[in-house]
Ligand binder design. Structure first.
Ligand SMILES: NC(=O)c1ccc[n+]([C@@H]2O[C@H](COP(=O)([O-])OP(=O)(O)OC[C@H]3O[C@@H](n4cnc5c(N)ncnc54)[C@H](OP(=O)(O)O)[C@@H]3O)[C@@H](O)[C@H]2O)c1
Length: 253
């Protein structure tokens, strides 16, 4: 349950080893969240992140097994979370893979591995999870989309298409949730320095996991439906969306 001041108490992070997910969980603990569940493919690898949340002041931190690709397990995973941790106020969907564009555009299995993790896997877990939240009558789902989904780019259109699918699904789900007590917030970061982007040349307006976490917490407080990080990307992308394709494909984005 949320606390008396409407603050988030129990947080479930799907992709519990994610740099953006952990930074956001830490920020929520600073804001009085008491229980955090980190769910990911390798619970052992999340132990250090869990310790950092305990040091930050979380009263209860748990790690749980979750694989976005194991779609058959998602319904039971959601039921287990509610049975073990009680009502969950906020779910952060932070898992994802960037993949290798050069390989994926020639190899259907490699492309589908990206789509399955970022889009199909997310839809598969979001449906039972949101149904469970509707039954509890409150809660927020925060989904890490990306500017890459706003307009497909030559350099990463397989990843971009997976995020475009996820983003569109979440926009519609957000509309479906109006009046249910559950809300959806879509986050569209640009380039963030994290494990995912290690070794890549930073794009303009590159930012940090901590800045994403701050923007998420601010978006939650203001009741935003969509959050761009940094905020300037909203204007940049609304301009880029209308640039004619032959020009767009020549831009260094
Ligand atoms: N970094 C950026 O520039 C950027 C920009 C926009 C959006 N995003 C999005 O933000 C989210 C977090 O990214 P990040 O930068 O924090 O990257 P990250 O540190 O690499 O975290 C990604 C997480 O996803 C997990 N994951 C991958 N496949 C999974 C699966 N099948 N099941 C469960 N978990 C899985 C990884 O777990 P393992 O440890 O098991 O691999 C890892 O913990 C992603 O959705 C990403 O697409 C990132």
């Amino acid at each position: 349950m949320q606390d008396a001041l409407g603050g988030v108490q129990t947080v479930l992070v799907l992709g519990g080893g994610s740099d953006l997910g952990l930074a956001t969980a830490r920020r929520l603990v600073d804001d009085r969240a008491t229980t955090v569940v980190l769910a990911g493919r390798d619970p052992g690898a999340m132990a250090e992140g869990a310790d950092s949340l305990r040091r930050a002041g979380a009263r209860r931190v748990e790690v749980a097994s979750f694989d976005a690709l194991d779609r058959g397990s998602h319904g039971a995973f959601v039921e287990r979370c509610w049975a073990e941790y009680g009502d969950i106020d906020l779910v952060l969907v932070a898992f994802g893979v960037l993949g290798d564009q050069d390989v994926a555009e020639h190899d259907a299995d490699a492309a589908l591995a990206i789509i399955d993790a970022n889009f199909t896997g997310a839809v598969s877990v979001l449906i039972p999870l949101i149904d469970r939240m509707r039954a509890q009558g409150h809660g927020t789902v925060v989904v890490l989309s990306s500017v890459a989904g706003e307009r497909a780019r030559r350099s990463n259109f397989v990843y971009g298409s997976s995020k475009a699918g996820l983003d569109a699904f979440c926009q519609g789900m957000g509309d479906a949730l109006v009046g249910t007590g559950v809300r959806m917030m879509i986050v569209r970061p640009g380039f963030v320095h994290s494990k995912m982007t290690e070794g890549l040349d930073p794009a303009p307006l590159a930012t940090t996991p901590e800045a994403v976490a701050d923007a998420i917490v601010e978006g939650l407080a203001k009741g935003r439906e969509i959050v761009w990080v940094p905020a300037a990307l909203r204007g940049v992308m609304s301009g880029l969306r209308h640039v004619p394709r032959p020009v767009f494909r020549r831009l260094p984005v």
